[in-house]
Design a binder for this molecule. Structure first.
Ligand code: GDP
Length: 355
């Protein structure tokens, strides 16, 4: 990879869409992708997220030259589809996700949550793609596991292709009705003007290489400046969940999107009213499956750098707010950081009130 890649963090990707349209299956397929490839340890399990590194994506897409073209280190998928913190709460004046995937069942078409997802993304100006899922369910479809869409499409009979086109262009029509100019991803020349739509099967993996490639392309094209980060800067993240863990007490799961967070750091966390000021007692990541001899599912780490999903154990965090900011501070910056967190929480409340 090129030198200048060094300080770009991994973009955070959120999967959204109507219930049962296949969000979980798509995420499982993306996680499975790297494991099936036999590259042990190639994907990294974070707390609440899965990291697919660029090498795995390049391998999956079958073109090694791509590695030099891409400047982001990979993609960090949030494991919980349509997570509240990522979709309905404001953070940094927008959605926390850098990129999104909206899943639509090609056989069912648009549903209320599909439209809701599109509206949220439009409002936050988050670059996204739409995937029309479950193409394997189209009558007569012949499955070609894990192949790119165009490759499997070419192998279908003209009748199946016609049936596909009909369903696919129904979805494109619905997108137009919602105010989006959209087309099949391989026909899009400018992703800023036209929304790319990728036909996939989360179950068979067909079209998944295209999803990974197009997401990387979007990150490269639209996010370069927002992905620049200061690895030595304060840790900045968003609380995903507040959870009770056996032996640890109350913990918070955090997606870190800037800087580095260390054990012992003083952190400011948003809640209703005055922010929490506390110290990180432990930073934890998931323990490898092979290490079952340990009782705890979590492994302590000295520090974590963005982008990452980590669990934090700290005193006095019971009323931390999912979706709220968490920022590390020094004695010099503490007052300013408290003000910043407080104003972000006020913003969230105003936003929620006016919705
Ligand atoms: P979610 O609610 O959006 O997370 O949807 P799930 O991923 O749980 O999927 C709902 C159902 O659709 C499950 O029974 C899945 O097995 C099935 N499903 C999801 N994706 C596909 C697909 O691409 N093809 C087929 N045939 N079934 C799928």
């Amino acid at each position: 990879m090129a030198e200048e890649n060094q300080n770009l963090r991994t973009p955070i990707v959120c999967v959204m869409g109507h219930v049962d349209h296949g969000k979980t299956t798509l995420l499982d397929q993306i996680r499975g992708t790297a494991i099936v490839k036999g590259e042990a340890g190639a994907i990294t399990q974070h707390i609440g997220a899965t990291e697919v590194p660029i090498d795995v994506i390049v391998e999956k897409c079958g073109d090694k030259r791509l590695a030099d073209k891409f400047i982001v280190p990979g993609l960090l998928f949030i494991d919980t589809p349509g997570h509240h913190a990522f979709t309905t709460l404001r953070s940094r004046g927008g959605s926390l996700a850098d990129l999104a995937v909206v899943v639509v069942d090609i056989n069912e078409g648009f549903k209320p949550q599909t439209i809701e997802s599109l509206n949220i993304l439009k409002r936050f100006k988050t670059p996204f793609i739409v995937v029309t899922n479950k193409i394997d369910r189209i009558l007569g479809w012949q499955v070609h596991k894990g192949e790119s869409f165009l490759s499997t499409y070419k192998k279908q009979t003209p009748e199946v292709q016609a049936l596909f086109e009909q369903k696919f262009y129904d979805v494109i029509g619905h997108l137009y009705e919602q105010g989006f100019s959209a087309d099949r991803f391989d026909r899009v020349t400018d992703f800023q003007k036209t929304l790319g739509v990728i036909p996939i099967s989360g179950l068979t993996g067909e079209g998944i290489p295209d999803v990974l490639m197009i997401l990387l392309g979007l990150a490269q094209r639209f996010l370069e400046s927002s992905l620049q980060y200061d690895i030595n800067g304060p840790g900045v993240g968003t609380v995903l969940e507040v959870k009770e863990e056996k032996g640890l007490g109350t913990t918070i799961d955090v997606i870190l999107y800037d800087g580095t967070l260390k054990k012992g750091d003083t952190v400011v966390i948003g809640r209703l009213g005055e922010p929490i000021v506390t110290k990180v007692r432990a930073l934890l990541k998931p323990r490898e499956l092979s290490e079952i001899r340990y009782e705890s599912k979590f492994q302590p780490i000295p520090e974590a750098a963005a982008a990452a999903g980590v669990k934090i154990s700290a005193p006095d965090i019971d009323d931390a707010l999912a979706g709220a900011p968490i920022i590390s501070a020094t004695p010099e910056t503490l007052d300013a950081v408290i003000e910043k967190v407080k104003s972000e929480i006020d913003d969230v409340q105003i936003q929620t009130d006016t919705d």
